[in-house]
Design a protein around this ligand. Sequence first.
Ligand SMILES: [Zn+2]
Length: 445
Amino acid sequence: MEKIRKYFDIEMETKDREELEALQLHRLKLQLKKCYRASEFYGGKFKEAGVKPDDVRSLDDIIHFPFVTKLELRDEQLAFPPFGRHTVAPPETWAELHPSSGTTGTPVNNLWSFNDVRNISRWTARTMWTFGVRPGDIIQNGFSYGLWVAGMSTHYAARELGCFVIPIGAAMTERQIDYLINPGSTVLLCTPSYALHISERLKQRGISPEDIPLRIGCFGGEGGTEVPATREKIEKGLGIEAFDYYGLAEIGPTIASECPRKAGIHWIEDHLLIEVIHPETKKPCGPGEIGVLVITHLTKEATPMVRYWTNDLATFDKRKCKCGRTHARSLGGILGRADDMIIYKGAKFYPVQVEKVVRSFRELSDEFCVELTTDPKFSTDVCTVVVECLKEEEIPKVAPQLKQGLKEECQVTPEIKFVSFGSLERTTFKAKRIVDKREREGNRH
Ligand SMILES: [Zn+2]
């Protein structure tokens, strides 16, 4: 019976939309009041914006509250070290510290209280159940353990689900493959880049996906799984069904994930209020319109965020999914980073679009990068897509097709550079897709 149960928490996952929003509003009011009273950071911000928690009558009233940015949190923690004044719960309730990955600048410290750990473990178990993970599965956790949010949360969720875990982390590719054979993991958790790398090594070792019992892949930490060509490569290469989930250090891990219908990622709306905001006008986007995800914690205790500006791009869809779940979705998952937008010859595009095109070519490897340089003669920007062709003799055939594909997808034609197979860096963590070598101050990639 347990194995065929479709939902982990049927009552919450299929709650009538009106009831779900009433629950959100109730939790939002409580959360805003707590932040206003217990945090000088929020108290000051709300007063400056002329808003009070008591003014909130509907969920739409959230738009009157000010955004919180990562830069602001960094400054707050520098001025009031080590955690800033947005810690709402008292220190004796703190359980864990999970700073942002800190690829640029000082990492922002985020705290989880004991209740936060309980909620995170529970909702992560819910997402993994939705993917089809069941008690008795052998989970190979290839997410990085330690400070990063994904490793610990999925580990706790595996316990919640009653699964056997191999806590290998994001390392030792050969041993990852050994464990896929014996004891024969049935579920793999890692970034999609790392999944592709494992499948490449599996092939090189002459092991067919049919020879291993692996059946489910839970992939997060970066986009890619929802790019059809990438999903197909991962699923075929490992003989599995691949699912996408999304999280970020400031808000939490696995906060949105796919269902068996693979019709976008469902948000954990009982714990979060999601908005999609136009990056320039800062007004809410309409249905289907791409904007920046702005997220408010409804239940987080230790370092709650109110209107956190994620910089991640997505759409928002409240329509009930065919899977029966009523929690809203972002179709196509996370579509890129607002600051990863490439502007070239007047066209605007994102690395995820390049990925879509590159990975539709069987003749190319899964790796690619977008190189931005300066033309020494004219001091203009040059944008080059660097790819690996599996067989050198196919370059003349692939080159014009790739150029055409990129032109159609990105509305501009970048330069193309072919390098030999294996020259681009393989990663066990998040792949770096933009290499900015332009001669100017303040370039950030
Ligand atoms: Zn669904």
